[in-house]
Design a protein around this ligand. Structure first.
Ligand SMILES: [Zn+2]
Length: 236
């Protein structure tokens, strides 16, 4: 009885080790796609920053064109001033010139503000480009090593499966293996073999009947918890 319990617990430990390898293998694709979406996010952030800067540069170019058109117009009117015969025409044209120059000056001031911001953003962009590049190189490395780990995880799986099979053959009483494999096939979560402690099942933590507890002690057969169906054992 004591031997078979030790053997079945050993089988269960091998099974837990195998499950852990299988979980690691299963996690790889999720890890890879998480890294891939981080790459996309970093790239999108950089692109967003770049298009913000482009928009600013475009609006600066627009302002400059508008200002230059005003300056050219003011220049042209200045050339016409001397040709003005009437005093009021001269004054009106002069006022128009002053208005144009004022407006051009106001635009120039705004342009300077934008230029300052453009300079700042260009500096930020160059840092952001470097940081993004570094981050993406690192993430690509993470993806590569996650994919490379699949090969060694697969070797681990093969060896864990071998260990499980070996442990299965070591169990001296087939009815214990059968009981274990039935619970495993039914998809019951590990552990499948649980300790009965002071009448309480170590799987569901409910109290089992006195009859069940007695059979665990004396029958030598696998005895199941009447609540959760797991195999019970007691410390020898
Ligand atoms: Zn139970």
């Amino acid at each position: 009885m004591k031997d078979v319990v030790a053997q079945i617990l050993n089988l269960q430990n091998r099974d837990i080790a195998l499950l852990s390898v299988l979980r690691k293998i299963k996690a790889v694709p999720a890890d890879v796609s998480a890294f891939e979406s981080e790459i996309k996010k970093a790239q999108a952030e950089l692109d967003g920053f770049k298009s913000g800067l482009s928009a600013l540069e475009a609006s600066r170019a627009e302002m400059r064109a508008e200002r230059r058109a005003m300056e050219a117009k003011a220049e042209k009117y200045s050339g016409q001033l001397l040709g003005m015969k009437k005093r009021e025409d001269y004054d009106a044209l002069e006022a128009e010139i002053a208005k144009l120059r004022d407006a051009a000056g106001a635009i120039e001031e705004k342009e300077l503000g934008i230029l300052f911001e453009i300079d700042e953003r260009r500096e930020t962009l160059s840092k952001l480009e470097t940081d993004t590049e570094i981050a993406i190189v690192k993430l690509k490395g993470d993806i590569a090593s996650a994919q490379a780990s699949l090969a060694s995880l697969d070797a681990e799986r093969v060896s864990a499966e071998g260990a499980f099979e070996a442990a299965r053959k070591e169990v001296s009483r087939p009815e214990w293996v059968d009981a274990y494999m039935r619970l495993k096939a039914a998809g019951k979560p590990l552990p499948l073999v649980v300790r009965l402690d002071k009448g309480q099942c170590g799987g569901c933590f409910l109290k089992v009947s006195a009859d069940t507890a007695d059979r665990v002690v004396s029958s030598g057969e696998p005895v199941f918890c009447e609540h959760c169906g797991k195999i019970l054992y007691i410390d020898a």
